[in-house]
Design a protein around this ligand. Structure first.
Ligand code: 5GP
Ligand code: MN
Length: 327
């Protein structure tokens, strides 16, 4: 198996006419920025485009130019000749959209996860891309589409959020080279930073307080974890999206190599997120033990069990894994 070349992807996109675009469940800045930028590019080429995600867009991304592009669900007699999955390592990541995709003739898979399952008819998988937004930037250029200020804001948001504001190891000279272009095209880093990171509700910061009060450590303080219960969300009038990024407070502690968050979803399901500080602690492997995946330093999985049992099972595997990698 090999990734298709960028010109093969551009040709496949030129051939299609009715597009369905989607990103993963609980969409993040990268998936949302990438799908809107691609949708606007395809519209310039006079294509019909609809974006339908499994979950709603968090309010801090609603400043992006999304008017008229999104539908809540697949219309009854809709026809799509081509479907594009953005930032999905496997069809399951599409959530409710997985079934809609399976009936569509041409599937294009655009992603940067190392564990991608190559489920598309066309696959553009580049693990060295800091964000799928970077891949879309390259695709739009290959299509000779004009990147307008709105599309530039989308790509900037993808890159800003997936690089942890240019701090993670995926940040390269190429990241900054693209950002240079985006700023020249009219992006205001200050405005986008404020929209994405300084538009919190009071409840979100109260949620942060509750989450931090659950912070716990392994005896050697190399593993830290936080726990998010449904009651916390209810008490602070917040939802799952509001917890994005809070795991980073646990990772920011000097002694910590691996940070974990346990989030109670519906009863009997727990979302586990992992973050690591170094190449040596590959949390993609740990998430893989629980049917999840992701990157070396950021991964996740969903476990069908209670909070307490999940925490016990996961911490056991993490401590075992650390013992093994120390040898
Ligand atoms: P987060 O912890 O922010 O939800 O996700 C971090 C990384 O792990 C993302 O790159 C995401 O793709 C991956 N990830 C999170 N949850 C899952 C999951 O349930 N399955 C898989 N395969 N990957 C996940
Ligand atoms: Mn990404």
């Amino acid at each position: 198996l090999r990734s298709n070349t960028i010109s093969e992807i551009a040709n496949a996109l030129r051939k299609g006419d009715d597009f369905l675009l989607a990103t993963h469940v609980h969409p993040d800045g990268d998936g949302i920025g990438a799908e809107i930028a691609l949708a606007l590019g395809l519209k310039q080429l006079k294509k019909k485009v609809t974006i339908i995600n499994s979950d709603p867009i968090p309010s801090n991304y609603c400043f992006l130019p999304l008017e008229g592009l999104f539908k809540d669900r697949v219309p009854r007699h809709a026809f799509f000749s081509c479907a594009v999955a953005l930032e999905c390592s496997e069809p399951e990541r599409l959530g409710k959209m997985k079934d809609a995709f399976s009936g569509i003739e041409t599937i294009i898979n655009i992603d940067h996860h190392p564990g991608n399952s190559w489920f598309g008819d066309y696959n553009y998988v580049r693990t060295e891309a800091c964000a799928v937004g970077e891949q879309i930037y390259d695709i739009l250029n290959a299509l000779k589409v004009r990147i307008d200020p709105g599309m530039a804001a989308c790509i900037y948001t993808s890159i800003l959020t997936d690089t942890g504001s240019f701090s993670y190891s995926n940040t390269t000279w190429r990241t900054h080279e693209i950002v240079e272009e985006l700023i020249k095209l009219g992006v205001s880093p200050t405005d986008i930073y404020q929209e994405v990171y300084e538009s919190n509700s009071p409840g979100k910061i109260q949620l942060l307080g509750q989450i931090l009060s659950t912070l716990a450590f392994s005896t050697d303080k190399r593993v830290a974890w936080v726990t998010l219960t449904r009651k916390m969300f209810k008490d602070t009038h917040t939802s799952y999206e509001d917890a994005e990024g809070m795991i980073n407070y646990a990772r920011s502690i000097k002694t910590v190599d691996i940070a974990i968050s346990f989030t109670e979803l519906t009863s009997g399901k727990v979302k586990v997120s992992f973050r690591s500080k170094s190449q040596e602690q590959d949390v993609n492997k740990i998430a893989g033990m629980f049917n999840g995946g992701g990157h070396t330093r950021a991964s996740g999985c969903v476990v069908d069990d209670t909070l307490e049992n999940t925490r016990k099972k996961v911490l056991e595997k993490v401590l075992q894994y650390m013992k093994k990698t120390d040898k």
